[in-house]
Ligand binder design. Structure first.
Ligand SMILES: N[C@@H](CCC(=O)N[C@@H](CS)C(=O)NCC(=O)O)C(=O)O
Ligand SMILES: [Fe+2]
Length: 348
């Protein structure tokens, strides 16, 4: 199974992408609105077909990307039936099974942090996605969204601590960079519910926590009740038909470059001896090593498109130019190799 744990620094959220190797079908859990372009790039680069975008609960601290992902990939959106979110295709309840190729996830209702919290269990891989029901050495707060410490206690004890001890647990957040835990670890070491903690110990702890309200709660809750449908989109810049790679580089096709030479600065960053062998008419030649001293000769208001043999050195050039204040800058996808493959003009 393809398994990727992705992180959103702003909200300390973990998003999980699971893909079935044979059918290439995929599911994403707890995607973050602002990370849609990154996650879409990864889905495309891995050649996956996104079948479902699901949430563990109605998040208070970030907006889900489910609706945007549905617009891009035509996937179905799922969340707990209790939430009654708009724009949802699948309304999960206890015991439902989600199937994605060979991957199956069992739905367990684990209310307490909110009344609509779910834990998704993948028995074949011995792991579970606990959302905010159980965090690493912590758990979700219970002071809003119909939260209840006693319900959370029951959910963790009956639905998570009953899983085999060696199941790995993946939470929706960690605020200090820890990535996973296990049932046994949390049973033994969770400072709120581990060891011999009773329900009243746990409830007493939870009721006396003083946490500030999540900063984006007033934006996140209404948006998440619509499965992340908002008026804002995360469109890529429009100066070119750009694609964004998971490496974070904007790319354009060589075909587009050939048709746009009048309106762009095409910068060939190969070495001079390479350029002598093969060159593109109209390209400005600045070898990569000289770019840091010569980028001032380029016009910041006109788009810059970087080119090299295979698209690797030019990707570094794109980053260097971005760092030096160039806003409209992109890489030629696949470089001259791709250019030649497409049968576009090259002078020898
Ligand atoms: N500082 C964060 C707080 C986030 C927060 O309250 N997170 C919830 C989950 S949605 C929680 O239960 N946190 C547990 C904790 O901080 O211990 C923000 O403003 O967004
Ligand atoms: Fe939460």
């Amino acid at each position: 199974m393809i398994f990727r744990q992705l992180f959103d620094v702003q909200s300390s959220t973990y998003t999980y992408l699971l893909g079935d190797l044979s059918s290439k079908k995929a599911i994403i859990i707890d995607p973050v609105f602002e990370q849609t372009n990154r996650d879409s790039a990864l889905i495309e680069e891995l050649g996956l077909t996104l079948q479902y975008s699901i949430d563990t609960h109605c998040h208070a601290d970030h907006v889900t990307a489910s609706w945007l992902l549905k617009q891009r990939f035509g996937c179905q959106i799922g969340s707990a039936a209790v939430i009654q979110a708009e724009n949802t295709d699948l309304h999960f309840t206890q015991g439902d099974v989600i199937t994605v190729g060979d991957i199956t996830l069992e739905v367990r209702a684990t209310p307490g942090h909110t009344d609509g919290c779910l834990t998704y269990v993948c028995h074949s891989a011995k792991l579970a996605f606990t959302g905010d029901t159980l965090l690493i050495r912590g758990c979700g707060r219970c002071d809003f969204q119909q939260g209840s410490a006693s319900r959370l206690f029951a959910s963790i004890k009956k639905q998570i601590f009953t899983l085999p001890d060696d199941y790995t647990l993946y939470p929706a957040h960690d605020y200090s960079g820890r990535t996973s835990t296990s049932v046994l670890e949390e049973k033994n070491h969770n400072p709120r519910i581990g060891g011999l903690a009773s329900e009243s110990d746990f409830v007493g702890y939870m009721q006396n926590m003083t946490l500030p309200h999540p900063k984006y709660i007033d934006i996140a809750l209404p948006a998440n009740l619509k499965s992340g449908k908002t008026d804002t989109d995360l469109n890529l810049p429009t100066w070119a038909p750009l694609t964004l790679t998971y490496a974070g580089i904007y790319e354009v096709s060589p075909q587009w470059v050939v048709c746009s030479m009048e309106n762009i600065q095409l910068v060939d960053v190969r070495e001079l001896d390479e350029v002598t062998m093969q060159r593109v008419e109209g390209a400005i030649v600045i070898p990569l090593a000289e770019l840091k001293d010569k980028y001032q000769t380029l016009d910041k208001s006109t788009p810059v498109v970087a080119l090299c043999r295979s698209g690797k050195r030019s990707a570094l050039a794109v980053n260097m130019l971005k760092q030096n204040g160039f806003e409209k800058v992109a890489n030629v996808k696949g470089g001259l190799l791709n250019w030649e493959f497409a049968g576009l003009p090259i002078s020898h």
